[in-house]
Write a protein that binds this ligand. Structure first.
Ligand code: ADP
Ligand code: MG
Length: 567
């Protein structure tokens, strides 16, 4: 046959674009090189958004948080071996955080890798990824692209969401396939994250436990934020009067200023609650495993979670509600509408009283004189900024910078606080900020410890290249935890010490962004408001007293302390 009569063909790369677009995935976060460069160009030419990063970890972090924000898997594209490994860290973290994400990586050809013949960037990526992710799949023929992408998407978003690795050997991208056969091979997923409802008897059991409570407490986790069931959860909270404790990334699902928030009376609530309802929050280290003395040793637990094996992972659960949060809370609300139950007023009053005392204590700290500027002085400013601009996304990492920002800055909107998550990962900052801006179009403020910022700081160039409305505020106290440690053994700086006199604001000037230098709360306030008004990339170097803050932040008890001999 001559060219004019040959059947039209497609190829693996085009089919990969078809499969993603057919399932509503329109953005790729990546870093190109052999063998995926042309695939990224192709995706862009066919209308997908491609955001190119300076390090794969940031691309992966961006994809992970895009998954959290949208409920669709965020896609990260990486090159073979080293690029794949850099991205894999964020895919593993996404899995731990229960965020849906797909890492698509180019890889070397099977016949070379499997005989370990030593290819360019040779690595058995599928085997490497497998133990760290929810699932790992390989597409080894162009006719399987549709199937591979369908399996990756459904695995990432159904049940407990997580990270999926999709291995695409170089030769598959260029391999040709008959166009008709290709079109037929693309799968459009039906109901990729189906509702999952608990049995009516499980709902009865949970309501029975609730009705027996004198001092109930609802713990709202990032699984609840992810579920986008904000209205139903608010109805449940307000119709019952149940006090709630938001976990870090669930802040704002119900506004932090809500009268039923027990956040400012956290210890009292945890040590006294007799019935604890966990809503998309695991009883892991972040909740002291549900153990006393942090918790009431006699507490009874109700747990709402999509993962059946999460139940009883730390404490016996008297009433498991295994299902998706939107469905479960809907069922509870239906039942409560018919047979209302409200929380005893005495418990609510007790928490309200403690809240008022603690809020007043905090106000005194925030209002104290702030010279030199410490965390309280800087965060008093940011608290007001987020009140004035509630649509702004807050990305937050560091040690003291993380703990104190979480405690002081109220969130007013759901899913607007993005932070270090279940692993407490440093380095998520710029990737999270970029995806938040790309996915939502809203301004983003990243509040970064000076150490945490360093892990992904080169992405300032990415932010400027895409002209994203991201303000990076570096709480510069000259070190990890704090900046005043002195090493007496040599002239080398100590392990926790960073350059306190660093002018981080100048970094962004290299890429035509705006740098601000702030040594007082007033200067910080002026800088943030000017940067928000401009809506363009900015870095604010907020100089913080190096003597304030604590080693390991709120996690001092996790840090083994060792006697260090004097030289
Ligand atoms: P946090 O750190 O905020 O306490 P975790 O990440 O520990 O939150 O817990 C989130 C939990 O939410 C996980 O156990 C996960 O299985 C669960 N989850 C995620 N999405 C849903 C959903 N749609 N419905 C029910 N549970 C969910
Ligand atoms: Mg620091």
């Amino acid at each position: 046959t001559d060219a004019s009569t040959a059947a039209p063909t497609t190829n693996g790369a085009n089919l990969l674009v078809d499969a993603l677009q057919n399932n509503g995935i329109e953005t790729i976060y990546g870093l190109v090189g052999i063998p995926v460069t042309d695939f990224a160009r192709l995706a862009q030419s066919r209308g997908m958004r491609y955001i190119g990063f300076r390090h794969e970890a940031s691309a992966g972090n961006a994809a992970a948080i895009a998954g959290f924000l949208t409920g669709k898997p965020g896609v990260c594209l990486t090159v073979s071996a080293p690029g794949f490994l850099n991205g894999l860290v964020s895919l593993a973290a996404a899995t731990v955080n229960c965020f849906p994400m797909i890492q698509i990586s180019g890889s070397s050809d099977r016949h070379i890798i499997d005989l370990q013949r030593g290819d360019y960037e040779e690595l058995d990526q599928l085997a490497t990824a497998k133990p760290l992710v929810k699932a790992a799949y390989r597409i080894d023929r162009p006719e399987d692209v549709g199937l591979g992408v369908a399996r990756a998407i459904r695995t990432a978003v159904s049940g407990r969401p997580g990270g999926v690795y999709l291995d695409v050997p170089a030769d598959v991208l260029s391999a040709a396939l008959d166009a008709d056969q290709g079109a037929r091979s693309i799968i459009t997923l039906v109901d990729p994250a189906p509702a999952q409802l608990p049995a009516p008897s499980a709902v009865d059991r949970a309501l029975e436990v609730l009705r027996s409570a004198e001092k109930p407490l609802l713990v709202i986790g990032k699984g609840a934020a992810y579920a986008q069931a904000d209205e139903a959860i608010t109805t449940f909270v307000e119709s019952t009067g149940i006090p709630f404790l938001p976990m870090s990334m669930a802040k704002g699902l119900i506004p932090d200023g809500h009268p039923q928030s027990a956040a400012a009376a956290r210890s009292l609530a945890m040590t006294n609650a007799d019935v604890v309802v966990l809503l998309g929050a695991r009883l892991n280290w972040l909740l002291s495993h549900g153990n006393s003395p942090k918790w009431n040793a006699d507490a009874t637990f109700v747990q709402v979670d999509i993962s059946a094996t999460e139940i009883d992972s730390n404490q016996p659960i008297a009433a498991p509600l295994v299902g998706d949060i939107a469905s479960v809370v809907g069922l509870l609300n239906d039942r409560l509408a018919k047979e209302p139950w409200t929380v005893p007023q005495q418990w609510r009053d007790q928490l309200a009283e403690k809240t008022a005392t603690n809020v007043a204590k905090m106000a005194t700290r925030l209002d104290a004189p702030h010279s030199p500027m410490g965390f309280y002085g800087a965060l008093k400013v940011l608290k007001q900024v987020f009140q004035d601009f509630p649509e702004t996304y807050l990305v937050n990492e560091g040690a003291n910078t993380l703990d104190m920002t979480r405690d002081i800055v109220d969130m007013h909107k759901p899913r607007h606080r993005l932070d270090t998550g279940t692993w407490g990962v440093m380095g998520v900052g710029m990737g999270y900020a970029i995806a938040a801006a790309v996915e939502t179009g809203q301004p983003v403020i990243a509040v970064e410890g000076d150490s945490a910022f360093g892990f992904s700081g080169m992405e300032l160039e990415t932010i400027c290249r895409y002209k994203l409305p991201i303000i990076t505020i570096i709480f510069n106290n000259g070190g990890i935890y704090k900046g005043d440690y002195v090493n007496n053994a040599s002239s080398d700086p100590g392990p926790t010490v960073l350059d306190a006199s660093a002018h981080y604001e100048k970094l962004i000037e290299a890429f035509d962004g705006t740098g601000y230098y702030a040594t007082t709360p007033q200067e910080l306030d002026d800088a943030v408001r000017a940067a928000l008004a401009a809506g363009t990339p900015a870095v604010i170097n907020a100089v913080i007293d190096p003597t304030v803050g604590t080693e390991s932040g709120h996690l001092t008890s996790l840090n083994p302390s060792v006697t260090i001999a004097a030289p």
